[in-house]
Ligand binder design. Structure first.
Ligand SMILES: Cc1cc2nc3c(=O)[nH]c(=O)nc-3n(C[C@H](O)[C@H](O)[C@H](O)COP(=O)(O)O)c2cc1C
Length: 183
């Protein structure tokens, strides 16, 4: 698949199953993330690969967060099941630092670019994925469990695997005039 075809036609997939990227495929995905644009070469990101028992540990962490937050039985159940919606999750943390030339927002954007790059690298290799976030990204129990420091931000959970539903063939773009102007 050439790069333009990939960028113009990519779709996210919310229903994901095995096989997941592994070995060289997974390394390519992580390497694509590492090649995200990065002001000052700070590499202000950290990737946590979760699969197999890692997904079980993540499930336990989300369940604990829901329990501690007293969010109710329904949310607890949803939290517990969430990680098993894909065979692989890469959690992306923006690990920001004070820098006189690179404000925090630029570092968070750079970490966001790693998510897109990794999703595209997965699609380029025949896999699918979806970038998810939700309130867990701000939850103190989840943050602590994933080793976040005070200047870290969870920018997303990239769910990866093989799409179990066929995506609509054609992506409908809105009228670009509403989004583009010329100066
Ligand atoms: C920062 C960020 C967080 C997102 N969080 C969620 C989420 O929690 N749940 C969800 O269904 N989609 C989420 N999305 C949107 C999906 O990743 C996806 O873009 C959307 O379902 C549209 O599908 P498409 O990528 O095929 O156009 C998020 C996107 C971004 C950029």
């Amino acid at each position: 698949m050439d790069a333009l075809t990939l960028l113009l036609n990519r779709r996210s997939a919310s229903r994901l199953t095995t096989p997941a990227p592994e070995g060289e495929e997974l390394q390519n995905i992580l390497a694509a993330g590492m090649r995200a644009p990065d002001h000052g070469a700070l590499r202000p990101w950290h990737f946590i690969v979760m699969k197999d028992e890692g997904l079980t540990r993540f499930s336990q962490l989300l369940e604990k967060a829901a329990k501690v937050g007293k969010l109710g039985a329904e949310v607890e159940e949803k939290a517990k099941n969430a990680p098993f919606r894909a065979p692989l999750i890469i959690t992306v943390i923006a690990r920001t630092q004070d820098n006189p030339k690179v404000p925090e927002w630029e570092q968070i954007v750079a970490a966001g670019c790693t998510v897109q790059a990794m999703q595209m690298a997965a699609v380029a290799q025949g896999f699918s994925g979806i970038w998810r976030s939700g309130s867990w990204t701000e939850d103190p129990i989840v943050r602590e469990g994933l080793g976040c420091g005070p200047k870290d931000h969870i920018v997303g959970f990239l769910y990866l695997g093989t799409a179990s539903l066929k995506a609509p063939a054609k992506v409908q773009l809105p009228d670009m005039q509403d989004f583009v102007s010329h100066f």
